[in-house]
Design a protein. Structure first.
Length: 379
């Protein structure tokens, strides 16, 4: 059986045109959400790309401490939450966390509520970000993103486990995407591992896959705090910023413990000695991480868990294009074919889900038109 040819490499200008084309496609695909919705989705994707590339730059510049970088990101998000809460308090408003802390008589009930709804996604978010960041030390940013393209489908599987229906066409899309991911994984490891050995590259691939699975589960669990799921009628229906604020303490604690246990205090002591360019990239990665955390939650609230991951997957093409243009990573024909298959699978899945939802709505309309049974037998 002939393999996919890998000799063809997309040029720098072609890669940049591809990136611009993605953003044009976003504007068309999400036009029903208006300018604000398009802006949120587009800037979220830009933030994902900025986090990936700036973190990769910092790691390659000699500050090879991915867990410390992750902890810095977590701390910056927590600081943003505190600033937000202070501003709300100044305006006389209190979010859920402030109301819980201000009611000592209900501390036991509040602790149970918090442990049940926010402890698991907090732990999963920590695991996801840490594994994703560490994987960048073993594989390129482009390959990391190509693996992450499976996130919408793994999210759908998790949502299905929580009772969300998936049509037969949707399962077909999942199968096609898995084939595409195999094409990417078998040919992409050597070409986009950033010069590392094959065994080392597979460590990065394993970490990236683990991050994807943790991210999928975490997204569904957080979506359940904002949008009502079947079987969870006690959904608190929080706002996106409230969800970020509630999860932030867990993330900071878990991330700090892991970072100090593995890398110690040494990396923090080295921060004042960073080169100006490296320091600037670290600041950019932290600022992008803060924006991504808040806007990512807005997208989940707006689109739902599975659809939000499908929207977020569009960063893959942008990241691969920019990695190819500026980081020396090649975007070959095998990557293009594999990514196209995964995108086709994701599109098939989305089409199947929308078609099933449309049929369900039509059947519901027909059912509602049936006369009441009490009319039957009337003279």
């Amino acid at each position: 059986m002939m393999g996919v040819p890998t000799g063809f490499v997309v040029s720098r200008s072609g890669a940049l045109l591809c990136a611009f084309g993605v953003f044009f496609g976003i504007s068309y695909a999400y036009r029903p959400y208006g300018v604000a919705g398009i802006a949120v989705i587009s800037t979220q994707i830009a933030a994902i790309v900025a986090v990936h590339l700036s973190t990769k730059y910092v790691l390659q510049s000699g500050f090879d401490f991915p867990m410390t970088i992750t902890t810095i990101h977590f701390a910056c998000v927590a600081l943003a939450c505190i600033i937000r809460q202070a501003w709300q308090a100044f305006q006389g408003n209190k979010d859920l966390m402030m109301r819980m802390l201000g009611n000592p008589a209900e501390y036991g009930k509040s602790a149970t509520f918090y442990a049940r709804r926010f402890f698991p996604p907090g732990l999963l978010q920590t695991a996801s970000v840490v594994m994703n960041t560490v994987s960048l030390a073993y594989i390129g940013a482009g390959l990391n993103s190509l693996i992450g393209i499976m996130t919408p489908l793994s999210t759908a599987l998790v949502a299905y486990a929580f009772g969300a229906p998936i049509s037969s066409v949707g399962w077909t899309g999942i199968a096609v995407a898995i084939i595409g991911d195999c094409v990417i994984s078998t040919g992409g490891v050597k070409a986009m591992a950033g010069g590392a050995g094959l065994s080392v590259a597979w460590i990065g691939v394993s970490l990236s896959v683990g991050a994807m699975l943790a991210r999928s589960t975490r997204t569904v669990l957080l979506d359940r705090q904002m949008n009502t799921y079947a079987g969870d009628q006690d959904c608190p229906r929080l706002q996106p910023a409230e969800v970020v604020t509630m999860v932030s303490p867990c993330v900071v604690v878990f991330g700090s413990i892991l970072s100090l246990s593995v890398e110690g205090l040494g990396p923090f002591k080295r921060l004042p000695t960073l080169e100006p360019a490296t320091a600037a990239m670290l600041v950019l990665s932290a600022a992008s991480a803060v924006y991504l955390t808040f806007m990512g939650m807005v997208v989940v609230k707006m689109l739902g868990a599975s659809a939000a991951q499908i929207a977020g997957k569009l960063n893959v093409l942008v990241t691969v294009a920019l990695s190819s243009a500026f980081l020396g990573e090649e975007m070959t024909l095998q990557f293009v074919v594999g990514a196209a298959l995964v995108l086709a699978g994701a599109a098939t899945f989305e089409f199947g889900q929308k078609a099933a939802a449309t049929r369900k709505a039509e059947l519901l309309k027909l059912y509602n038109r049936v006369p009441d049974k009490s009319c039957y037998g009337a003279a």
